[in-house]
Ligand binder design. Structure first.
Ligand SMILES: Cc1cc2nc3c(=O)[nH]c(=O)nc-3n(C[C@H](O)[C@H](O)[C@H](O)COP(=O)(O)OP(=O)(O)OC[C@H]3O[C@@H](n4cnc5c(N)ncnc54)[C@H](O)[C@@H]3O)c2cc1C
Ligand code: FES
Length: 373
């Protein structure tokens, strides 16, 4: 009851007064009592209040969140870390931001079978509850290309939803040529169904693929059976001209990379966001590889490093940092994608997907390696 009333007051304060003023007043009146009474505003931490919970599809909920005065906005396609108070512990997970960037944002969470965080959020996260969150991160964002394909499956539609919504909000003359292909198991599991319909009505080329359907069962325009090389080419004949933004379950992404490779797509133009860490490689990383004298060139930083014997067994992130290269990182577990770069030349072992390499959990595997943002 008190929580709900406080949530309303907090919402009102943030709507009525510029966040900088809220920040000024709060930081000048920070007392233990204020912190105890209202830990959402009287805090130096970034927090968000749940404003609304929307049933998006069976087992999928969207949480509309109102961040406090420390929020500095986000770029469509980015994700946040959320800190969930579960069973006396703090459980940390990442969620892509769906929708348009403004003073509110949404996360859309699919309940994973046996999943600790997603189940807790579905069962316990209600309007009026505050959550500790991290600042938005990630570089899975539209990089200005003129022709793009958003290729996603399941909850992987969330960052694409955000990017497409933002691109559609631009004046028509400035918009890229956008195509969307989204795969779900069956019609009842489609996430953002109404939005997909609306995008199609607005003239976007939208294909909804249902992996549970056979080619004979598909009889409506805009519907496709499970995506494979044939379907990709059929529904997107100019695939080779497009930059591709790929996001979805790990199996789907691995298959799509294989289909795109078979269709001669330049994998350097495939931008990926992965929700689950891949299985660790079976071979011991870099065991066969003599590292002393090998070179890694970080093209985006115009920095070349020469490796020594001491670098043997170190991840690309660690050896970069040890040689003074300013590399970004987050979870250091191959999850969040903050450290992700593209392989331009050479080979890596460990955690990679197509041309994307997760530096924190990958190793050099050739004498010359060129990486770029
Ligand atoms: C950058 C990034 C963005 C993400 N954005 C979203 C998003 O927008 N929406 C969303 O629903 N999730 C998203 N995730 C996944 C999310 O962070 C959690 O991993 C997911 O909610 C499962 O957490 P859990 O605690 O419920 O499951 P856990 O208890 O961690 O795992 C339970 C079981 O489910 C498997 N599993 C974990 N995650 C998934 C998954 N995504 N799909 C299938 N199996 C899985 C695990 O391998 C394990 O076997 C994102 C992850 C990353 C790294
Ligand atoms: S994937 Fe998170 S830091 Fe590498």
């Amino acid at each position: 009851m008190l929580d709900r009333a406080l949530a309303r007051v907090n919402g009102w304060a943030l709507d009525a007064v510029a966040p900088e003023w809220v920040d000024y007043v709060v930081s000048n009146t920070m007392t233990d009592f204020n912190r105890w009474f209202n830990g959402f505003l009287w805090t130096y931490e970034l927090k968000a209040l749940v404003e609304q919970v929307i049933d998006e599809a069976p087992g999928v909920k969207t949480f509309v969140l109102r961040p406090n005065q420390h929020w500095r906005g986000f770029q469509p396609g980015q994700h946040v870390e959320v800190f969930l108070p579960i069973g006396g512990d703090t459980v940390r997970r990442y969620y892509s931001l769906s929708g348009l960037p403004n003073d509110r944002f949404s996360i859309t969470v699919k309940q994973t079978e046996g999943g600790q965080a997603s189940r807790w959020m579905h069962q316990h996260l209600r309007a009026g509850m505050p959550l500790k969150i991290g600042h938005p991160q990630g570089r899975f964002c539209h990089q200005g290309q003129a022709k793009v394909l958003f290729l996603c499956a399941g909850s992987g539609i969330t960052p694409c939803h955000s990017m497409v919504s933002a691109l559609l909000a631009q004046p028509e003359a400035e918009r890229p040529d956008i195509q969307v292909m989204a795969q779900f198991r069956q019609a009842s599991e489609v996430i953002f169904w109404e939005t997909l319909q609306q995008w199609a009505q607005d003239g976007l080329n939208v294909t909804t693929a249902l992996s549970g359907l056979s080619a004979e069962q598909v009889c409506l325009p805009g519907l496709a059976p499970r995506l494979d090389a044939v379907q990709l080419q059929k529904h997107c004949p100019d695939l080779l001209d497009r930059d591709i933004y790929l996001c979805g379950p790990i199996g789907f992404m691995t298959q799509m990379i294989e289909h795109l490779r078979a269709l001669n797509v330049d994998l350097g133009r495939v931008h990926t966001e992965r929700f689950v860490v891949a299985e660790p490689p079976s071979a011991s990383p870099g065991a066969e590889f003599e590292i002393a004298g090998a070179e890694v060139f970080f093209q985006h930083l115009n920095t070349r490093i020469t490796l020594t014997e001491e670098d043997q067994g170190k991840t690309l992130l660690q050896l970069g940092l040890d040689h003074g290269v300013l590399l970004e990182s987050g979870c250091c577990q191959g999850m969040c994608g903050t450290c992700k770069l593209t392989v331009h030349e050479g080979q890596v072992s460990g955690n990679s997907l197509g041309k994307a390499v997760y530096l924190c959990t990958a190793y050099p595997a050739s004498r010359q390696l060129v990486l770029d943002a």
